[in-house]
Design a protein around this ligand. Structure first.
Ligand SMILES: O=C(O)[C@H]1O[C@H](OP(=O)(O)OP(=O)(O)OC[C@H]2O[C@@H](n3ccc(=O)[nH]c3=O)[C@H](O)[C@@H]2O)[C@H](O)[C@@H](O)[C@H]1O
Length: 444
């Protein structure tokens, strides 16, 4: 195009016509040039407009996140202070993470009932039915425990909480639980059990005063350990699931914060905790639901047709272990993010010391529900399960006075009673529990 214009402008043989034509072409070129620069200016204008729109959007986004956050403000702070208020001499003020969870709810209630100050924190994620978590929250609120909706991986929120309340203790129970779900969603374990734990410990180490930290590890850290019963000194370097690996990592991470910053740490290895207000993803809970609805249950079996067994531990016993751990925790020694003197570091098994096989668990449920289960027995898939767990609790008994008193028979009876009163109707079928027991499912 340019070449063509040049040829027209500077003809090989000059002449009048050619000159007039050259003028015309010149005008066209100028017009064209003028329109190109106009276009260029328009383009610049549009780019500037887009850039300012984008930065405005990000401003709106940031500020709306700030202003619409589910936490913050004077009323919110007032609720937190009220909830953290200690009502007994020598009481503690405890931040309970995972407060709307199974163990978190029970521990929060126990602390509150004896006059300790309790503030809950929970992200209400949808790993299992959030309406159950909301119901637990309502129960807590009816006892004066306020639950902050937020994530343990939110450093700003944690800093704010410690700013509002000088917590003496943190009961850290928020976690991504479940052994087999790690196959489906590994990232959620890293988010809560690693990143969230570190964010929480960072907040604790920077808090003034530093709180003492008691947190939930897991029996799963024993992994492929075959020496029974499992003692705290046994090997824990062969995890069988990512869940177990993140809990084991948590034990090492908490040790680091204890060593560098003087945080007082107590890790509790829970053994398959069950009971009222429990977790619907766990076997005893989902078995109950399916049995009542006349649906089959899948019972895993180990190699060589050996039944799987768990040291099922009732929630009330676990709560006593948690509270005793808080009561015996020494103060953290650091301040301003620096260690004073060596701080307490403890790990305890909290189990029941009497493993029960999964088929025996089903048998107990059948008796309590008065319904025969439809069992599909299949070989345990290689997805993180271990063949058995069995706690040695000598250390917890000696140092915490921990002494479990509820066997599986009694504990499941309490669970079934709660289940029937909570759901009233079996959740899916819509029929009453009584109907379910005499309906499609076969009565014993
Ligand atoms: O102590 C722990 O640290 C862990 O305890 C719990 O894990 P587990 O001991 O695996 O409990 P749970 O799922 O109730 O399965 C119980 C048994 O039923 C078997 N099982 C399970 C499901 C099924 O459909 N069929 C079946 O046979 C299954 O093979 C197993 O033998 C917590 O969930 C976990 O978060 C963690 O806290």
């Amino acid at each position: 195009m340019m070449r063509l214009m040049e040829a027209e402008l500077f003809p090989s043989t000059p002449g009048k016509v050619k000159i007039e034509r050259a003028h015309t072409i010149n005008r066209q070129f100028n017009r064209c040039f003028a329109s190109t620069s106009t276009m260029f200016l328009w383009a610049l204008f549009l780019i500037a407009l887009t850039a300012s729109y984008l930065s405005f959007q990000s401003f709106v986004d940031t500020s709306s996140r700030y202003f619409n956050a589910s936490w913050g403000g004077m009323h919110w702070e007032k609720q937190i202070r009220a909830s953290a208020t200690v009502r007994r001499p020598g009481g503690m003020s405890v931040l309970v993470t995972g407060a709307a969870g199974f163990v978190g709810t029970h521990v929060s209630l126990a602390l509150r009932k004896r006059g300790d100050g309790v503030v809950g924190l929970d992200n209400f994620n949808s790993y299992y039915d959030p309406s159950l978590k909301k119901a637990r929250e309502a129960l807590l609120e009816s006892h004066g425990v306020f639950v902050v909706e937020g994530d343990i991986d939110d450093a700003r929120l944690l800093a704010k909480l410690f700013d509002v309340v000088p917590f003496t203790h943190v009961m850290h129970l928020a976690a991504q639980a479940g052994v087999r779900y790690a196959i489906e969603n590994p990232a959620s374990y890293v988010h809560s059990n690693i990143a969230g734990l570190v964010t929480l410990l960072e907040a604790c180490k920077s808090a003034d005063p530093q709180p003492a930290v008691v947190w939930a590890s897991s029996s799963s850290v024993y992994g492929l350990n075959e020496k029974a019963p499992f003692s705290e000194a046994d090997r824990t370097d062969r995890p069988a699931s990512l869940y177990a690996a993140t809990k084991k990592a948590g034990e090492e991470i908490t040790h680091t914060y204890n060593h560098i910053y003087g945080l007082s740490i107590t890790g509790l290895r829970f053994f398959t905790v069950y009971g009222p207000w429990g977790r619907p993803d766990m076997a005893y809970f989902s078995f109950t639901r399916n049995i009542l609805q006349g649906k089959p249950i899948t019972v895993y079996r180990g190699k060589n047709r050996v039944d799987l067994a768990r040291d099922f531990t009732f929630i009330d016993d676990i709560v006593k272990g948690c509270v005793a751990s808080l009561d015996t925790a020494e103060k953290s020694t650091g301040s301003g993010g620096r260690k004073g003197s060596p701080a307490q570091y403890r790990i305890y098994n909290l189990g029941n010391t009497s493993p029960v096989t999964v088929p025996a668990l089903v048998g107990i449920l059948e008796r309590h529900l008065k319904v025969k289960a439809k069992k599909n027995v299949v070989e345990m898939p290689g997805n993180g399960d271990v063949p058995f767990t069995h706690a040695n609790i000598s250390l917890a008994r000696a140092e915490l006075g921990y002494k479990p008193t509820t066997n599986l028979e009694t504990g499941l009876k309490k669970f079934v009673r709660w289940y029937l009163s909570y759901y009233g109707y079996s959740p899916r079928s819509g029929g009453s529990a009584a109907e379910a027991t005499t309906g499609s499912a076969k009565s014993l």
